[in-house]
Design a protein around this ligand. Structure first.
Ligand SMILES: *Cc1c(COP(=O)(O)O)cnc(C)c1O
Length: 405
């Protein structure tokens, strides 16, 4: 399959023709299986990023692969001008496993967040009685909800916004985890509060314990919809199927994506009650590829794999194990280690010289990680990982951290 060139050949090609909107490590991957990846030279790596949690089920999972190739021979795209059997089955299955009444499918995470914003605004006008074009949505500082122009309009990260204005109005930013600030920001025109249960992109940041539950109660009291972006934290990553379960809370709207496609196919979804998603009428929203039979069949199997292979339980158990191991490291350059389930982050001190050089050194040892912002390295393996693989990884992490002291 490979054209049998060396890594440098592909790096040069990509750098010449591809827009440089990412800063990848110069590892050119060509094959994957489970937790493992291989580059074009045949070097083997443990994947400690999992496609930003889009590959919770592991690379090229055989069950999902089989469903994908069989569905690819049968039917792949109808558009929603017509119905298809796979999407119809997925609606019921996704609602019964999440407990929601209705689902609206999209393709990428950002599109699903956009859809949740539309749904919340529509609910605000039609149900809450907010005057036309006055709806406000409260968001958190350091949020990451995607890259569309509306979503970056409420980002607090200058680099995500620079030269992309003018921006969409109607958003208010409050500090993450600050209940008083949230309360102060709510006005009669507030229609929703959108939050990541754990801010993964910002560096695996947690709100104070109990914040989400109290925020939900505050929203309820003020007739404000609570929207949880579980695109990265959901589907088992943090040791529960959804991270909000840690506080026993059911968001009014939940957004999922990433591992819903098992690493094979982009598919995302917005979940909510009938009184909210039921407000969409024919023609009010859509996407050509949404609910297509290929993606729907893949998502059905991706969900089954998560459930039937006990991946959520594995994330809980091994996450706790690995967090303990990482916390035992006596390294001056480590400021803190934090995480839940298999969403783990090591924060380096400012003197450590940046997380990037750590990621480069870890890649040399066969571990693929990615820095987030300056000083945080995320350890986010596929949820099919085993204890012995984590032990293998730990040895290498320890070696690299000692060498770079
Ligand atoms: C990845 C991510 C998104 C955006 O998803 P895309 O599929 O990249 O558009 C939104 N929210 C969170 C929390 C994410 O991690």
């Amino acid at each position: 399959m490979s054209d049998e060139r060396d890594s440098q050949f592909y790096v040069d090609l990509e750098d010449l023709y591809g827009a440089a909107n990412y800063n990848p490590l110069d590892v050119v991957l060509t094959r994957g299986k489970g937790i493992w990846l291989w580059d074009v030279e045949g070097n083997k790596y443990l994947d400690f990023l999992s496609g930003y949690s889009a590959v919770n089920q592991g690379h090229c999972h055989p069950r999902i692969q089989k469903v994908l190739s069989e569905q690819a021979k049968r039917l792949t795209l109808t558009s929603r001008a017509f119905r298809n059997d796979q999407w119809a089955m997925l609606t019921k299955e996704i609602c019964s496993f999440t407990g929601y009444q209705m689902v609206l499918p999209m393709n990428s995470g950002a599109e699903a967040v956009e859809t949740a914003i539309k749904a919340a605004r529509m609910w605000g006008y039609q149900e809450k009685g907010i005057p036309e074009n006055q709806a406000e949505i409260i968001v958190c500082e350091n949020n990451f909800h995607g890259r569309t122009t509306t979503i970056i309009s409420f980002s607090s990260e200058p680099h995500y916004r620079q030269d992309f204005g003018p921006f969409t109005p109607g958003f208010v930013i409050v500090p993450f985890g600050d209940l008083a600030a949230l309360e102060a920001a709510i006005t009669p025109n507030t229609t929703a509060f959108i939050v990541e249960p754990i801010q993964a992109e910002a560096g695996v940041l947690f709100p104070p314990p109990g914040f989400l539950k109290k925020a939900k109660a505050l929203c309820e009291m003020n007739e404000v919809l609570f929207i949880a972006d579980e695109i990265q934290t959901g589907l088992g990553r943090t040791g529960k199927m959804f991270s909000c379960e840690y506080e026993g809370l059911v968001p009014d709207i939940m957004v999922i994506g990433k591992s819903l496609g098992g690493g094979f196919y982009p598919i995302s979804a917005v979940l909510s009650r009938r009184e909210i998603l039921g407000l969409f009428t024919a023609g009010s929203h859509g996407s050509t590829f949404s609910a297509n039979p290929l993606g729907s069949a893949v998502a059905r199997e991706a969900i089954r794999v998560l459930q039937e292979e006990g991946l959520v339980e594995n994330a809980a158990e091994l996450g706790e194990y690995f967090l303990k191991k990482l916390s035992s490291l006596k390294i001056r350059n480590i400021r803190t280690v934090r995480g839940r389930g298999l969403l783990l982050g090591v924060e380096l001190t400012p003197e450590a010289g940046g997380a990037r050089r750590y990621c480069e050194a870890l890649a040399q040892e066969g571990l693929l990680c990615k820095e987030t912002h300056e000083n945080v390295i995320r350890f986010v393996p596929p949820l099919v990982i085993k204890k012995r693989d984590l032990d293998w990884a730990f040895k290498r992490i320890k070696k690299v951290f000692k060498e770079l002291e």
